[in-house]
Design a protein around this ligand. Structure first.
Ligand code: DLL
Length: 432
C-alpha cells in the first residue's frame, strides 16, 4: 500500500500552515532566481517576506501560457540547467511549444504524488498496470510510469497506439489496471469486440483515465463495457503533469494534492474568487516544485471545488468533474456550449454509440451546428417515421441540456475517427 495517511489526512489547519510556509518559500525562491517573476513582483511592490496568509496570494500576478512561450525555452527555470534532470514539452494545438523542467527532487515528488493517486483509486503493489499513454515529451506516459513503479506495482510501459497489441498484452500479461485517456479506453473496448474478446474474461479491474474532459455518462459506459471501475485523474504539464488531483474510491471528485499545490477557483472574467461551490477557472500555484515553480497559473480549466469532508478520510478538497476548458467553449447563436454537455445528452439516449463529432459552421450570418452521432446498425430503421422519432429523441435531449436546438446526423458505427490520445470532438469551420 502507498497510503500517505499522515499527509493526506492532515487536519485542515495544519495543512494550511504548511501551505503558507511553502508558499512563502516558493515566492521567495522565484523572486530570487527567476527574473520574470522578480520584475513583476518589483513593479507591483510585492515582497514575499510580507506574505501573512494564504489569501495574500491574490495580490500576486497570474502566469499565462503566453508567459511560458515568451520565456521559451528555459526563461522560467528557477535552478541552473545542471540541476535539471528531465525536460518535457507541450506542443499545444495553437502557438509555440512550451518547455518544463524537473530537478531530481521534483521527480521524486512527482512519483510520490502519482503513486498517491494510484493508491487512492484502489491500486496496490499486486496490480499489473498497463500504461497506454504516449511516452515522450507528453507528461502522461513517464508521469504515470514513475508513479506506478513507486507504488510497487508491475508496470507495462506499452505506450500509446497499436491497439490490437495492447489487447494481446492485456490478455497475456494479465493486466489489472489500464491507464490512458477515456476516449482510448473506448477504442480498446471496440477493438476487443472486433477481436471477439470478452472483457470479462480478462484480469482487468481498474481504469485510471485522464488528460481530457469526459462525462459521468462516459464513465458508466466504460465501466459497463470493460467491466472495470474507472477513476478520473487530472494534471497539466505546466504545473507538473499527472499527479495534481485524482479520485478516491468514492468516485466523487478528485482530491487535490494540496500539500503541493495551492488551488484557487476564480471567475474567469473578474478574476475574483467565485462563491464557494460555484464553477470557475482553476488557478494553480505550485508549493514544492524546484526547477519550474508556477505562480497562479491560469489553467483555463473550469470546475467547482468540493469542500465537504470525504468519507475516505482524506482532508484534501476535491475538484468536481471538469466542465471543459474556457477556450473549448463554443458560442452558438449566442449560447455557450461545452462539448461535454453534448456528450452527456447523447449518452442518455438508448441506441447511440459513445462516439460523436460536433461541426459548427456559419451560413448566411447564422451559426449552424450539427452533431454526428454513431448508432448501431439496428437503429437505422427502414421506416422513415421510426427514424425521425429516434432523431427527435436525441434532439430533444440536446435541447434540454443546451437550451439550443441543433441538428443531428446519424452515422454508421465506426465511421468517426478514433483517438489514441486526447480526443478532438469539435470542428469549428467558423474559425478556419
Ligand atoms: O494531460 C497531464 C495528464 C496526463 C493528466 C495523464 C492526467 C493523465 P497536458 O497535455 O499539459 O497534460 O494537458 C493538460 O488536459 O489543462 C486539462 O484541460 C486537460 N485535462 C487533464 N486531465 C483532465 C481531466 C496532461 N481529468 C490539460 N479532466 C488540462 C478534464 C483534463 N480535463
Amino acid at each position: 500500500m502507498y497510503w500517505q495517511k499522515k499527509e493526506e489526512c492532515r487536519p485542515r489547519a495544519e495543512l494550511e500552515k504548511l501551505q503558507l510556509a511553502r508558499l512563502k518559500n516558493t515566492l521567495t525562491r522565484v523572486a530570487t532566481n527567476v527574473p520574470f517573476y522578480r520584475n513583476q513582483f518589483h513593479k507591483l511592490g510585492l515582497n514575499p517576506e510580507n506574505i501573512k496568509s494564504l489569501e495574500d496570494i491574490r495580490k500576486y500576478p497570474f502566469t499565462l501560457k503566453q508567459d511560458l512561450r515568451n520565456n521559451y525555452p528555459y526563461g522560467l527555470f528557477a535552478v541552473p540547467l545542471r540541476d535539471v534532470v528531465r525536460l518535457h514539452s507541450s506542443s499545444g494545438t495553437t502557438g509555440n511549444a512550451t518547455v518544463v523542467g524537473y530537478s531530481r527532487e521534483d521527480i521524486i515528488t512527482w512519483s510520490n504524488l502519482v503513486a498517491r493517486i494510484l493508491c487512492g483509486a484502489g491500486l496496490t503493489p499486486n496490480d499489473v498496470i498497463q500504461i497506454a499513454f504516449g511516452y515522450g515529451l507528453f507528461t502522461g506516459g513517464f508521469g504515470l510510469h514513475y508513479g506506478a513503479e513507486r507504488l510497487g506495482a508491475s508496470v507495462i510501459p506499452v505506450s500509446a497506439g497499436n491497439t490490437r497489441r495492447q489487447i494481446q498484452i492485456m490478455q497475456d500479461f494479465k493486466t489489472t489496471a489500464l491507464v490512458c485517456t477515456p476516449s482510448y479506453a473506448l477504442k480498446l473496448a471496440d477493438t476487443m469486440m472486433d477481436m471477439g474478446i470478452n472483457p470479462n474474461g480478462l484480469s482487468l479491474r481498474f481504469g485510471l483515465f485522464g488528460a481530457e474532459p469526459w462525462s459521468e455518462e462516459m464513465r458508466q459506459e466504460i465501466n459497463e463495457r470493460l467491466g472495470i471501475k474507472a477513476s478520473d485523474n487530472y494534471g497539466l504539464s505546466e504545473v507538473m503533469g499527472p499527479g495534481v488531483a485524482g479520485e478516491c474510491e468514492e468516485f466523487h471528485g478528485q482530491h487535490i494534492n494540496e500539500d503541493h499545490f495551492l488551488v484557487e477557483i476564480l471567475n474567469p472574467k473578474t478574476l475574483e474568487p467565485v462563491k464557494p461551490g460555484d464553477i470557475g477557472e482553476v488557478v494553480i500555484t505550485t508549493l514544492t516544485k524546484e526547477a519550474f515553480p508556477m505562480i497562479r497559473y491560469r489553467t483555463r480549466d473550469l470546475t467547482r471545488m468540493i469542500t465537504e469532508p470525504c468519507p475516505c478520510g482524506r482532508t484534501f478538497h476535491r475538484l468536481d468533474r471538469f466542465v471543459g476548458r474556457s477556450d473549448d467553449m463554443l458560442i452558438i447563436r449566442g449560447v455557450n456550449v461545452f462539448p461535454l454537455q453534448v456528450e452527456s445528452a447523447i449518452f442518455r439516449i438508448d441506441g447511440t454509440q459513445p462516439h460523436y463529432q460536433i461541426i459548427v459552421d456559419r451560413k448566411d450570418n447564422q451559426d449552424t451546428c450539427t452533431v454526428k452521432v454513431e448508432v448501431s446498425e439496428s437503429y437505422f430503421f427502414d421506416e422513415m417515421r421510426k427514424q425521425r422519432t429516434f432523431i427527435d429523441g436525441i434532439q430533444k435531449s440536446l435541447a434540454a441540456e443546451l437550451g439550443l436546438s441543433i441538428d443531428v446526423k446519424l452515422v454508421e458505427e465506426r465511421s468517426l475517427e478514433r483517438f489514441e490520445g486526447k480526443a478532438k470532438r469539435v470542428i469549428d469551420n467558423r474559425i478556419l
